[in-house]
Design a protein around this ligand. Structure first.
Ligand SMILES: Nc1ncnc2c1ncn2[C@@H]1O[C@H](COP(=O)(O)OP(=O)(O)O)[C@@H](O)[C@H]1O
Ligand SMILES: [Mg+2]
Length: 337
């Protein structure tokens, strides 16, 4: 028996479909209820696709995961796969620890130390909060004055992780790109969202008492989003926004598998294996002929149309045709139980 927490529109749609089609016994559980351990105790496995903006889930999901693993239940995502999700700070330590190719990252927990650094450092640098998606909290810092300002804010009133200005700018850019009624409505929606005291927006954290900077990799026209589940890998290239350095969230994707260097497929398999990840999407950026990891996420968008094309197996052989990544997740879990 597999326990599944169902969230419509998440991976669980396909997990349930898989169980129905393949006659796998499963039960729907409710992770937010007090007796979740009792609900799951008689199951061999537990699966929950929690999201990065599920602020309630993030209060307890790692604690729940660890507790279930302690009694021998196979969990997806397990601790090794999920603990660093939407946590760039955690990822810094993890990538450094395994000597993964990553971008030099400078983290400060002390204001004066950070300011001293900013006074002598070369710029530009990239400032980020530990959380956030779609490049919402990723900002180019052009000189030490800007750095000092953002450091003061980080150790003062803090950086709201819902960046209203960045959201509106992004929707405006997308409107100019698409020129559709829908994209215009999204601009209006986000302006309203930034004015109205919405509960949803208020739930986002304010990030303070640390400052995260990364060396800036100049002249990138795109990044790569590579996904690995067990011994399958697929990925695509994303162009940066016009007059911008950020690719994440641009929607300018190119699915042509011939654009993916073999070296990158190998590297993705290699790091996923080293970190014992059940599922991962890596963002990679190219710098002087080699690839650096920007970030990793156990959960990712599935509506990328790319699952029609094919994937590479661990011998780097291309397997053409439509595939179901969510099915792979559950197949790998079933193999473990
Ligand atoms: N250090 C960097 N140098 C140059 N470009 C970067 C750097 N870090 C991020 N980027 C660009 O910004 C985008 C968003 O960064 P990322 O850290 O992945 O944030 P998010 O979690 O919002 O996707 C990336 O897709 C990449 O194009
Ligand atoms: Mg990213």
């Amino acid at each position: 028996m597999i326990a599944i927490h169902h969230r419509k529109g998440s991976f669980s749609d396909k997990w349930i479909e898989y169980c129905e089609v393949h006659n796998v016994p499963y039960k729907i559980v409710d992770c937010y209820s007090n007796n979740i351990i009792e609900q799951v105790r008689d199951c061999k496995a537990f699966m929950w696709n929690w999201g990065h903006s599920d602020f309630i889930a993030k209060k307890f999901v790692l604690q729940l995961t660890h507790s279930l693993e302690m009694i021998g239940i196979v969990v997806f995502p397990n601790i090794k796969t999920g603990w660093h999700y939407d946590d760039k700070l955690g990822q810094k330590y993890l990538l450094e620890a395994i000597n993964a190719p990553s971008i030099p990252t400078h983290i400060f927990y002390n204001k004066s130390k950070a300011i001293r650094w900013a006074k002598t450092e070369n710029f530009p640098k990239v400032f980020k909060t530990r959380n956030g998606a779609g490049a919402m909290n990723v900002k180019l810092i052009k000189n030490s004055k800007e750095a000092i300002n953002i450091i003061k804010r980080s150790f003062g009133k803090g950086i709201p992780s819902y960046n209203k200005v960045s959201k509106i700018k992004d929707k405006w850019w997308k409107f100019k790109r698409d020129r559709t009624i829908l994209s215009l409505m999204r601009v209006v929606k986000h302006i309203l969202k930034s004015i109205l005291p919405l509960r949803y927006v208020a739930q986002y954290s304010v990030e303070r008492n640390y400052a995260y900077f990364q060396d800036f990799i100049p002249n990138s026209k795109f990044d790569y989003r590579m996904k690995v589940i067990g011994n399958r890998c697929w990925g695509f290239r994303r162009n940066v926004r016009e007059n911008d350095f950020r690719a994440s969230g641009s929607g300018l994707v190119n699915y042509d598998p011939d654009l993916i260097p073999e070296q990158l497929i190998k590297l993705s398999f290699d790091i996923a294996k080293k970190l014992k990840l059940q599922s991962v999407a890596f963002d990679f950026i190219e710098h002087k002929g080699s690839f650096k990891i920007i970030e990793l996420s156990y959960s990712f968008g599935m509506t990328d149309g790319q699952t029609e094309l094919g994937y590479w197996d661990s011998d780097l052989k291309w397997k053409p045709g439509k595939f179901n990544p969510e099915y792979w997740m559950i197949e790998d879990v079933l193999e473990k139980v």
